[in-house]
Design a protein around this ligand. Structure first.
Ligand SMILES: O=C(O)CCC(=O)C(=O)O
Length: 195
């Protein structure tokens, strides 16, 4: 397994993790100014109607280990989300029409390794994540063996862009973490088919 750890204590501009036939994945810290990111975090944490979803898994119904919220094209988007959408659109050059929000309350909250279902995205459109609040580690690994793995510290105000064929060839997740982890919100912008 080839493993690379990125972003923990490193400064700098965008870093391209993958850029080949398997897709394009770029991590860009410092896209939203720290005080703006902190303001969006506090407003969204305190005003969103966060849902605690439960989902079937094998023969059981389990708690989704994080809080979530979704905004589609017909919904009223809260102001910080609109502002974040503009940042996302400038970065990606795409008009996003869907935002999925995740609130990780502490290190016990997580999202399992997965890829976005390409049937639920406009063909060829990217997925863009903006991180707010505490820094959490994202694992990204290739589906192909031997696995290539990246661990990326997603800092507040950063963008992670997954484009091209990346959802077909790579999986991503936020593992649980031991010790203290500040609450974190991720904003996942997508372009979904409508109608
Ligand atoms: O929290 C994150 O940055 C990842 C979120 C994610 O993978 C998803 O919403 O599908």
């Amino acid at each position: 397994m080839q493993q690379l750890e990125l972003g923990f204590g490193l400064d700098g501009g965008p870093r391209t993790l993958v850029d080949d036939a398997s897709g394009k994945i770029v991590y860009a810290p410092g896209i939203v100014a720290p005080e703006t990111a902190a303001g969006w975090f506090a407003l969204l944490r305190d005003t969103i109607d966060w849902q605690h979803e439960r989902r079937p898994m094998y023969d059981r119904i389990v708690d989704v280990p994080r809080l979530t919220a979704h905004f589609g094209p017909g919904a009223v988007w809260p102001q910080p989300l609109r502002a974040a959408q503009r940042v996302a659109e400038r970065f990606a050059g795409v008009r996003f029409n869907s935002a999925g929000l995740n609130l990780y309350r502490d290190g016990n909250d997580s999202v399992a390794m997965h890829n976005d279902h390409t049937a639920e995205l406009i063909d060829g459109s990217p997925v863009l994540l903006i991180s707010l609040g505490g820094t959490r580690r994202m694992r990204i690994h290739s589906k192909a063996l031997p696995r290539q793995t990246f661990d990326v510290a997603l800092e507040p105000g950063s963008v992670l862009l997954m484009a091209g064929a990346s959802q077909r060839h790579w999986e991503h997740g936020i593992p649980k973490t031991r010790g203290h982890a500040d609450a974190r919100i991720s904003l996942a912008f997508r372009l979904r088919p409508t109608g």
